[in-house]
Design a protein around this ligand. Structure first.
Ligand SMILES: [Zn+2]
Length: 294
């Protein structure tokens, strides 16, 4: 039922072939203008990282988190913002000392169903916690592999969507990839993999990140009302697993307490493993503790 109404085509992997901003700690989104037009630029309305929604949108909702009611409540609403950072999206957290949170996305889909075993084995052998955002297609490509990760207490499993779509209620695109086209499709994009993750892990995911990390403001409300927290990032570590190891290390050198980094765990032939291993090793030597998102 959850997938009813979805178009058959999947949202393509959207990070790998496109340039992305090197960091997103503020409104420095200039590189995006080259790939997604001025609309993205105008959409960035916050220059302060959002720790948590001051007034969670679900508090005003009458849907009680039921997917059909959430979709009905927002049907036909017109979004005002389209961005990777806005109120309601967590991009940093309040650290207890010298802490940061590593996040890794597994995007899934054609050419993106592998796992970077060198990277994951490093995290496991060094006992480094991380939040893993798994797309439903990546899970379904090898459920046993996903289950093994979910069983490891080092890893919190987040929701990286069903078809890997930018989350829109009117079909806005990111990097040329069309987003979900209605409130119902946005709900389905979140909820199908929400249910898949419950079957995989035995519990509901707390966190959500869209394919491409783009949302409109109505979609952000929808995610909250479905009981998940939209997560962005403040450090774009590997730009969709396209950066070189030195580039990754440069980006990670900007980590401060409370940073959330994003990198990708499904491209074993990228430089993500050597870059992140070097960066994480250096941060740990500098006294950083790696933590789950609070
Ligand atoms: Zn992704």
């Amino acid at each position: 039922m959850a997938a009813a109404g979805l178009a058959s085509a999947a949202c393509a992997e959207a990070w790998g072939s496109s340039p992305t901003p090197s960091t997103l700690s503020d409104a420095t989104l200039q590189p995006l203008s080259a790939v997604d037009g001025p609309a993205v630029m105008s959409a960035v309305t916050t220059d302060t990282p959002v720790v948590a929604p001051a007034n969670p949108p679900a508090a005003q909702s009458t849907s009680d988190g039921r997917p059909a009611a959430v979709a009905a409540e927002h049907a036909g609403q017109r979004p005002r913002t389209w961005a990777m950072a806005m109120p309601g999206i967590v991009t940093t957290f309040v650290p207890a000392g010298k802490q940061m949170a590593l996040t890794f996305d597994a995007c899934g889909g054609p050419g993106n169903d592998e796992m970077n075993e060198v990277l994951m084995n490093f995290l496991i052998s060094q006992r480094i916690p991380a939040t893993l955002f798994l797309n439903q297609r990546w899970i379904d490509a090898d459920p046993g592999r996903a289950g093994t990760l979910a069983d490891n207490p080092l890893f919190e499993i987040g929701n990286h969507g069903t078809r890997h779509c930018p989350l829109s209620v009117n079909g806005r695109s990111a990097y040329g990839i069309a987003g979900t086209a209605s409130a119902q499709q946005a709900v389905d994009e979140v909820w199908s993999n929400h249910e898949r993750l419950i079957r995989l892990t035995g519990r509901a995911p707390r966190f959500f990140r869209t394919g491409t990390a783009h949302y409109d403001d109505i979609a952000v409300r929808i995610v909250h009302e479905l009981g998940e927290t939209p997560v962005g990032f403040s450090i774009n570590a590997d730009a969709g697993a396209t950066f070189s190891s030195p580039q990754i290390q440069r980006e990670m050198a900007a980590v401060v307490p409370g940073s959330i980094s994003i990198a990708h765990m499904h491209r074993p032939r990228s430089a993500t493993a050597p870059g992140m291993i070097a960066a994480v090793t250096r941060l740990r030597s500098a006294g950083y503790q790696f933590v789950h998102l609070p």
